[in-house]
Design a protein around this ligand. Structure first.
Ligand code: SF4
Length: 291
């Protein structure tokens, strides 16, 4: 079998060839995530990675984009990563973009020199889940890092001339922490100023521990109107320079895209008009979210 399943990739990597250099997630403890629950984490050896590349090289398509998975694939040591990148270029000579899932701890574990070397060898786009800018929420969801560490990780990617695609999750603080989540997440994002920013909306995986909390009544998820209210506060607090913003994932109620802060007022108008008349706003119904 070429892949070990389940297999995940960011929505923007839909047309990329996925190369699994790790198995599972090195953290695997976020309360909202059930993606790799049944996978025990391990890092593949260079031999295993090369044999996986050899299998994938049978693909008759011209491959221009390659995404390195599984969760936190950046946990692989730099020497193996560089050798992997060079082998990718040998087997896929038309590749133009190589990207990776990067956990904040794994980013912090790399030196600036290592990140630069990875960039020089073609690994230029890093997907980092910021999730929230509130320490209270990061702790509550067991993200495993503080806000300060998350900022440091994000800035480290940007300061080494790499591209950063950051993700935040609307609704992650529940009803109790709407304002804190929105305001603090905007502050953290402003400090990092990522190349791309995706706002997903919380969809609770039945395999996750957050699902159990909801069943026990310990966490109150937001409804569609509350999500839009949170998004409005978030956008009002953004101070970004040329960040490509997307909130058009299948989990979102209202699809939005633009460049921040240039398009902020236009996006805010769309949110406010949807809030004035949610029934006529064409919000994605709950049963179609995620599809
Ligand atoms: S959200 Fe990311 S870091 Fe957290 S458990 Fe899931 S894959 Fe791992």
């Amino acid at each position: 079998m070429v892949y070990s399943t389940p297999l995940y990739r960011p929505p923007s990597e839909a047309s990329s060839l996925i190369l699994q250099i790790t198995h599972g997630c090195s953290h695997n403890a976020c309360t909202f995530c059930g993606m790799y629950k049944e996978k025990k984490f391990y890092i593949k050896s260079l031999k295993e990675i090369k044999s996986h590349i050899d299998e994938l090289a049978n693909d008759p398509r011209i491959i221009k984009r390659i995404f390195l998975a599984d969760g936190n694939a950046l946990a692989v040591d730099t020497d193996t990563l560089v050798k992997t990148l060079n082998y990718i270029k040998e087997k896929f000579p038309n590749v133009e973009r190589i990207s990776i899932y990067a956990g904040p701890k794994d980013v912090l574990d790399k030196t600036d020199k290592e990140l630069k070397t990875l960039g020089e060898n073609g690994l230029e786009l890093y997907y980092l889940g910021i999730e929230s800018g509130s320490d209270k929420i990061l702790k509550m969801v067991n993200k495993g890092v503080t806000v300060e560490e998350m900022i440091e990780a994000g800035q480290k990617i940007m300061n080494n001339d790499l591209k950063l695609s950051a993700t935040i999750i609307l609704g992650l603080g529940g009803k109790e922490l709407i304002k804190e989540h929105a305001v603090e997440t905007a502050k953290v994002t402003n400090k990092i100023n990522p190349t791309y920013l995706g706002a997903l909306t919380l969809m609770v995986d039945p395999r996750s521990s957050l699902h159990k909390k909801i069943e026990k009544g310990e966490f109150q998820p937001l409804d569609s109107v509350e999500i839009l209210q949170e998004l409005e506060i978030l956008l009002e607090n953004f101070e970004l320079e040329n960040t490509v913003f997307r909130s058009n994932h299948a989990s979102n109620y209202l699809p939005l895209k633009g460049t921040l802060n240039k398009d902020r007022d236009k996006l805010l108008d769309m949110i406010r008009s949807a809030l004035k008349n949610p029934k006529k706003a064409g919000l994605r119904p709950d049963h179609l979210r995620g599809l």
